[in-house]
Design a protein around this ligand. Structure first.
Ligand SMILES: [Zn+2]
Length: 362
């Protein structure tokens, strides 16, 4: 997430704070400072009143951190990669790559967070008012996250329970439907009673739609490998041709990016963005991007799309044994997905795409 600062590293996972956290910490501190017990410390004398208020605001994010860490550690046990935990204005998010789709594992990962929050809250229900309030927030965190709607943990729990019966994609659709329905009810209810509810409902609705889109796309592309979709034997350029030559190639061939190859090896990639502000007689080597992200022909198409999204790039050279064997672009993948969506239900697979080559026009 942009505008995040790393605050520590726990169990090999980077913990980051988004800049929005500073604002919410201030607001929370103010709320605890101004409120009467049991939800605030306005009855105390300064400096204890201020110290307690700040500590409680920070504690809320500690509770979120424990919650996200629980998801992450269970995910790690199942072999998933946890890139980072980001704390931000709405709470926290653990960026877990390739969450296992087996229902049992998804269930365990999803339930771990609310369970940890719940257990923590049990230990905190003591006579000490600070701990009791902290425990109370952990309990809310557990219950709120169990709402059966994406992007809450409850949405994942529901999907994992439905997957066995309906399959992953349909289970997602049902869970998303439940999420949207709850969000709409909550949103309307909020308009009359509490506008915060409406905001949270909006957040849930957007999360549900995003999850649906991601899973639908992933489902559509599941059978396709980069090899099936890439443009094979792409046009490569040598590092010592000029920017002018590249521009002319772009005009003629209508491709906006070319791998740069020297002695048969990939050394860079030159795209429209690299040449647009460069001098005409500059050589490609001087303007190309050197940090080239590549994929193998055996990489799944969905994974390639994910990489492009993460790195914000439009195309990836496909490399096999150090040689460029193809190029795959985001627009190619999106086109494929659009076509597949129209023919959803018609049985098609990567195998079919490979076997049908078509005839050349004469
Ligand atoms: Zn959670």
């Amino acid at each position: 997430m942009a505008y995040s600062i790393r605050i520590c590293r726990l169990f090999g996972i980077d913990v980051k704070a988004h800049v929005s956290l500073a604002l919410i910490l201030l607001i929370l501190t103010y709320i605890f400072y101004a409120n009467k017990p049991p939800f605030g410390f306005s009855d105390l004398q300064n400096p204890m009143r201020l110290i307690y208020s700040v500590a409680m605001a920070v504690s809320i994010f500690l509770a979120v951190l424990v919650h996200e860490l629980s998801h992450s550690l269970v995910a790690k046990r199942f072999g998933a990669k946890v890139r980072e935990i980001v704390l931000f204005i709405f709470g926290g998010v653990a960026r877990i790559e390739e969450i296992p789709k087996e229902p049992k594992k998804e269930f365990a990962i999803a339930i771990a967070g609310p369970l940890a929050s719940f257990v923590l809250s049990l230990f905190l229900f003591t006579p000490f008012r600070f701990l009791r309030l902290f425990g109370y927030f952990n309990l809310i965190l557990a219950i709120f996250n169990l709402i059966p709607a994406f992007p809450m943990d409850g949405g994942r729990v529901l999907r994992s329970l439905l997957t066995k019966r309906f399959g992953y994609v349909k289970a997602t659709r049902i869970s998303v439907g439940v999420g949207k329905f709850l969000a709409i009810i909550m949103g309307i209810f909020g308009l009359f009673y509490n506008i915060w509810l409406t905001l949270i409902a909006l957040f849930i609705y957007i999360g549900a739609v995003e999850e649906e889109r991601a899973v639908t796309l992933e489902g559509l592309l599941a059978n396709y490998k980069v090899r099936d979709v890439m443009t094979p034997n792409p046009i490569c350029v040598s590092p010592d041709i000029t920017v002018k030559d590249v521009v002319n190639m772009m005009l003629r061939r209508k491709h906006l990016g070319y791998p740069v190859v020297k002695d048969g090896k990939l050394v860079g990639i030159v795209t429209l963005k690299d040449v647009v502000n460069a001098k005409e007689d500059e050589i490609v080597e001087r303007v190309m991007s050197r940090n080239v992200v590549v994929v193998s022909p055996e990489t799944s198409v969905y994974e390639a799309l994910r990489i492009m999204g993460e790195k914000k790039i439009g195309r990836l050279p496909v490399v096999e044994e150090d040689r460029v064997v193809g190029i795959i672009s985001r627009s190619d993948i999106i086109k494929l997905a659009e076509i597949l969506e129209l023919f959803e239900g018609v049985k098609s697979s990567g195998e079919n795409v490979k076997s049908v080559q078509g005839d050349t026009c004469r």
